[in-house]
Design a protein around this ligand. Structure first.
Ligand SMILES: Cc1ncc(COP(=O)(O)O)c(C=O)c1O
Length: 389
């Protein structure tokens, strides 16, 4: 250990990484009994039975080996067909698609594949907690553009353009968004696409929540004119198909980028688990009805939680996708961390402080509605008592 409590062996850029702001909080949650958690970012449903059965069957057949580094050809074909049918982009399974260990690995691969030290990646906050650290781990510089409540947390193209410099290499997008639930309209996506074309930038689009939209159907930025050749489309099984533990994601994009991602993947991960890949084939081929049923359930919960929060005076922009709401808590006079700690201690409800997702997130909390309606009703009753105090 060196004087400041850090090992002398650590790489400078890793030593400089902040710990996740919510880790200590959720360690506290795990030590308490009877907590209702609106904190988790994963489906409360078990993976649909047909998908689990396909996994068991793959094991029974003895499918326990490595696969191609790019992933099973059958899965790449099914994934490319799924993307064509649902998003309108046709990718070639052999050269334009790679199967990864979740969208998490796909994001890491593309960042490492494109970034030189000092390059900048513009992304929008509030956002998924791993974006800035993932960019930093690739020795590059994250540049945040704030999205704001008064604009329904959409990405304002003018603000995006102002953040672009000579060092900018890529724009990282996530709509529908974690944690705000925001989506972009057709026109907004078109404008963001025009910014990318004008500045000759790569767009990395994390569309992991694409199926879970409550308004307009998913419309990928990759489908806009001039975008296919400059977009890496990231998608995966975790959210819509309730398959977080299977760890399957995929990336589609220009062959030279997929090839570069494959090189890193081949030397670091080798391949994604074969049984999980077999499960993903089943999900993409036959899982739609189960997925739609879970989606219907989320939609009902969304309507309840949005109404309850607004009724108790926590202003809440109706989310257009994903399974999160991001209410404004400024009327309480508490910071988001104080709010979350007091709500946990006094009423045993866990939510995530907005500061975990954005440097400007202190007036907000994230509540996940990937939990039962019963839990949501009880959590809202406890929250209303807390607010009334
Ligand atoms: C926006 C976003 N991207 C990626 C991930 C990670 O997905 P995966 O399980 O596919 O690694 C999450 C998980 O919460 C997420 O919210």
């Amino acid at each position: 250990m060196s004087n400041n409590g850090q090992s002398k062996w650590l790489a400078t850029h890793i030593a400089a990484l902040p710990r996740s702001g919510i880790r200590d909080f959720f360690e506290l949650v795990s030590e308490m009994d009877d907590v209702i958690s609106l904190g988790v970012g994963e489906p409360d449903f078990a993976t649909p039975w047909g998908i689990r059965e396909a996994t068991i069957y793959a094991l029974e057949k003895g499918h326990t080996n490595y696969t191609s580094n790019l992933g099973l050809m059958r899965l790449r074909e099914v994934a490319c067909d799924y993307v064509a049918a649902n998003f309108g982009m046709r990718y070639h399974a052999a050269a334009e698609c790679i199967i990864t260990v979740g969208v998490s690995e796909a994001l890491d691969l593309i960042l490492r594949a494109i970034l030189d030290p000092g390059d900048e990646v513009v992304y929008h906050e509030p956002c998924y907690v791993s974006y800035a650290p993932s960019i930093q781990m690739a020795h590059a510089v994250p540049v945040a553009v704030q999205t704001v409540e008064s604009e329904a947390f959409a990405l304002e193209p003018g603000r995006l353009e102002q953040a672009i410099t000579k060092k900018t290499k890529a724009i990282l997008l996530n709509f529908p968004n974690n944690p705000t639930g925001a989506n972009l309209s057709f026109e907004q996506k078109e404008q963001v696409a025009q910014v990318a074309v004008r500045h000759d930038l790569l767009v990395i689009t994390d569309e992991i929540y694409a199926e879970l939209t409550w308004g307009e159907a998913c419309q990928s930025i990759a489908a806009f004119p001039g975008m296919r050749e400059r977009t890496i489309f990231l998608h995966g099984m975790s959210k819509a198909y309730a398959m977080t533990g299977f760890r399957i994601g995929y990336a589609c994009g220009p062959p030279e980028l997929i090839e570069a991602m494959m090189k890193i993947h081949q030397y670091s991960m080798l391949c994604a688990s074969i049984v999980a890949q077999e499960a993903a084939i089943e999900a993409l081929r036959n899982g739609r009805a189960d997925m739609e049923a879970m989606k219907e359930e989320y939609c009902q919960r969304r309507n309840v939680i949005v109404k309850r929060l607004n009724d108790m005076g926590l202003r809440c922009t109706p989310p257009e996708g994903a399974f999160y709401v991001y209410p404004n808590i400024t009327c309480t006079g508490l910071t988001s961390t104080e709010f979350a700690h007091r709500l946990l201690r006094e009423h045993k409800v866990a939510v995530v402080p907005g500061i975990a997702f954005s440097s400007a997130g202190d007036g907000f909390i994230r509540c996940s509605y990937a939990t039962s309606m019963e839990n949501i009703e009880e959590a809202m009753a406890r929250l209303a008592k807390f607010i009334a105090k």
